[in-house]
Design a protein. Sequence first.
Length: 264
Amino acid sequence: MTIKDEHKTIAARFSAAASTYHTSATVQRAVAKRLSAMLAGDETFDRILEIGCGTGLLTARLCRLFPRARIDALDMAGGMVTLCRARLTGAAGLHCHVADLNTFRRGASYPLIVSSSALHWMYPMAGVMETLAGMLTGQGRLVFALMVRGTLAELQAARQRVAPHKPPARQLPTMQTVRAALAHAGLHIETEQEESRRQVYASAGDLLRRLHDQGLTGGPFARSGRLLNRADLRRLALDYDRRYREGDGVYASYQVAYFRARKA
């Protein structure tokens, strides 16, 4: 599958999950809140580009933080953009676009580009950062959060045990990969943070349903050349329920990286 076809598949999955994503994206909502705190005090930005706006978890916060700015919010998934636009009707400076980095036609460069829980879906990372750097003004800033290696490590380990012959097509980027991509693009890291989040679910079946409701089960981090069948999924759920108990449920880990970089 080409990268272009992969992006189409991801966009279709997220678009189909738009109606369930907003209530299921508990971790992404917390990440958007923390990322917006990194932007507090920067109210002077007059043009902002958001990459991967989804249903508007970060977008709503941007509209409150920067009420006088023009905000261009992009997402490849049309269903997500439709819901984001409907939720934030009345935000004067907000312009929502069904587009990706390769199809969006900007009117000018941006002093601020932001993204929350989206850039890990884009590949290759070095090319993505180079494109974003080219969209920044001379001293523009890129502030973003993304999932890195270690996210859903328990699920990956269970999958490896029950279906070692069906590995996912690709792994999440590492912190080192992100740093190298920023450096390659000529972006200087001002701050970086990494945090581990643990989310509790009623069962492995509940975890898998939540991931499906977020559109996460069809991308390269879940899909392989050979699909997991129902028997594989039953064995995976049993293995997960047995090994990763917490209270009356099970836990899942999320490894989140936050970066603030500027154009050198």
